[in-house]
Write a protein that binds this ligand. Sequence first.
Ligand code: ACO
Length: 322
Amino acid sequence: MIRAVISGMGGYLPEKVLTNFDLEKMVETTDAWIRERTGIESRHIAGSGETTGDLALKAATEALESAGITGADVDMIVFATTTPDETFPATATKLQAAIGAKGFAFDIQAACSGFMYALSVANHFITAGTVKNALVIGAETLSRIVDWSDRNTCVLFGDGAGAVLLTAEEAQGTIADSGVLNVILHSDGNVRDMLKSSGGVSATKTVGTIMMEGREVFRHAVTNLADVASEVLNTAGLTNADIDYLVPHQANIRIIEGTAKKLNLPMDRVIVTLPEHGNTSSASIPLALYAGVKSGKLKKGDLLLLESMGAGLTWAGGLIRL
Ligand code: ACO
């Protein structure tokens, strides 16, 4: 059978860093509150005129270089973002032109689960034999849709981009294979108002800002992430003990610690970028993968459990062997 194997990775964070101490001067908050309740210490903020597409291009260029291919070898781009450069066309097509890719390119939107949704779509195209090289992007400039006067939300988010190149490879069809082993997606539109933008193209002709019932989202995250982690392991016929590393969406350190505890994984087997990145939504998992590999923690052959939860509500889990 064919598997989608990670053949390259890239990441990019804008130069400007906004610390909790900077936020103390903007809203009624403290560094201690933010660190204790979320685990976040600082986040990166895109410069004026620096767009989601610009961040993605830097991450994608690095992913192609690390794979030793050029844009012309890319057959498909799936670009997960909630903060596209324009309402249309898709930011993916801007990236396609910038790297000189052929094939086809499109955006998808599943908020903080965007990367997992993009990974699933690309995996299906590759395993169906339609595509050889797929570039999967998660990139955001959330700073553009944050209400900087709302302390409940403005302390949580940051900007960034992560890119993963998936390449079709012949495999045995066992869980010892390298590549994407499974991805399971969920959503529940009944609770969509829990985390949403206050505006939108068709509803208000504006972009809106992030609104969240934090405590409720937290409660759903803890339950849904534990459930989807069990689901991906059961589907693959594996147990907690088989996982080498958890690579979670980076929203809140207490949610990440809760999931690790349920999986019986010590925190040194969890990739955590939250203190320096904040929540970068669809960019958070590819950036965590990238950081894990760069630091030398994640190695060829490691079995990774990925999981995410975001607006929609959407949530997802998946297993990848490096
Ligand atoms: N500084 C100081 N105090 C604050 C701040 C702040 N930045 N923000 C809120 N508070 C106050 C509240 O007003 C409240 O005060 P009150 O008791 O007088 O009303 C108090 O702190 C406690 O507020 P809670 O909301 O109960 O705080 P909680 O411990 O739940 O933490 C948080 C809030 C961090 C938002 C948490 O609920 C959370 O992380 N939720 C999940 C976020 C998440 O996972 N999002 C998913 C993806 S995001 C996406 O898809 C785009």
